[in-house]
Design a protein around this ligand. Structure first.
Ligand code: RIB
Ligand code: CA
Length: 315
């Protein structure tokens, strides 16, 4: 098929990352070239193992899966065990994978693929931007070599999930995010403004189980199991009833169907200091900071259409 978008996915394979991977793997107009892991929902090692097992569920071809950074540029890592469980995928035990870890780590793999495919690959980050910040150190031309960066992270107007206006992926390594945003990628931010307000419901899961095609039944059974604890966490944390936000899958959807979102471009920067502000994305609508690169912020989506389009990939 013409117009297949080729992706490098950098993620901290937790519950919502896994739905994003399945969606990407099932869309005929996307090709996953590699998956780079990073710490966040779990350790980078666990995230890489999870990615392998998730791809097995849909029989995705063998692709490089690399292990990446296990701590932020400054400070120590903490893993979101309370949200994604000790193994990152809600305690669901999936069969061991026969896939082998890539010999290169995530940073080197990212640089290698970008150099080998200049202007061809879309980079989708669904976790901390630590690997990308380190890749920039090795290859400062990365923003030119990569066609586009789509990232799940941050918030502009919606309240944050780790501090008043801070989201976990950016708050988990603010310095890395600042280095990446200042590097000048053609970037699209998919943040809590749209992900926290897009909900996947228990009804959606029932619909999915009844309508998915035979070869995706294993993947759907996994999702239904993993989402039990994710729904419970979101109930406790934000009072959501029988549903959860759609963070990473929405970023993946907007990568392939950007017309589903309303995007505004603003000069952007990331605060790297402050107990309540480290990791806060600032956009300057006054345009006083001409040196800040423009960032495309997705500020509105048709929530239902997005969820339905994600589920449709399994049918
Ligand atoms: O804040 C939501 C983000 O943090 C998602 O990417 C989730 O998987 C975690 O990484
Ligand atoms: Ca994630």
């Amino acid at each position: 098929m013409d117009n297949i978008k080729r992706l490098i996915i950098d993620c901290d394979t937790g519950i919502d990352d896994s739905l994003a991977l399945l969606f990407a793997g099932l869309r005929k107009d996307l090709k996953i070239e590699a998956i780079c892991s990073v710490f966040g929902n779990c350790s980078a090692h666990q995230a890489a193992l999870n990615s392998m097992k998730i791809l097995d569920l849909i029989g995705y071809p063998d692709i490089p899966i690399a292990e990446g950074e296990n701590k932020p540029l400054i400070g120590e890592a903490s893993f979101a065990v309370n949200v994604h469980g000790a193994n990152g995928i809600g305690g669901v035990e999936l069969p061991e994978s026969r896939r082998k870890l890539c010999e290169l780590n995530s940073v080197d793999l990212l640089v290698k693929l970008a150099r080998e495919n200049p202007g061809e690959l879309i980079l989708v980050t669904l976790g901390r931007m630590t690997n990308v910040a380190l890749a920039l150190k090795i290859e400062p031309r990365l923003p030119k070599l990569i066609k586009k960066l789509v990232f799940m992270g941050g918030t502009i107007y919606q309240e944050g999930n780790v501090a008043p206006f801070v989201e976990a992926n950016i708050g988990g390594d603010p310095l890395a995010a600042q280095k990446v945003l200042q590097a000048g990628f053609d970037s699209i931010q998919v943040g809590l403004d749209v992900t926290q307000t897009t909900h996947l419901t228990g009804e959606d899961l029932k619909w999915l189980a009844a309508n998915c095609c035979k070869e995706n039944e294993k993947a759907v059974a996994y999702l239904r199991q993993a989402l039990v604890s994710y729904f419970a966490f979101n109930h406790e944390a934000s009072g959501m009833v029988d549903c959860c936000p759609v963070h990473d899958p929405l970023a993946m959807l907007l990568t392939v169907e950007p017309q589903l979102g309303r995007i505004e471009y603003w000069p952007a920067s990331v605060e790297t200091k402050g107990r309540y502000t480290a990791g806060q994305i600032i956009i300057d609508k006054r345009l006083h900071h001409e040196d800040w690169p423009l960032m495309g912020c997705v500020l509105e989506v048709d929530h239902r259409k997005c969820v339905e389009t994600i589920l449709q990939a399994f049918c």
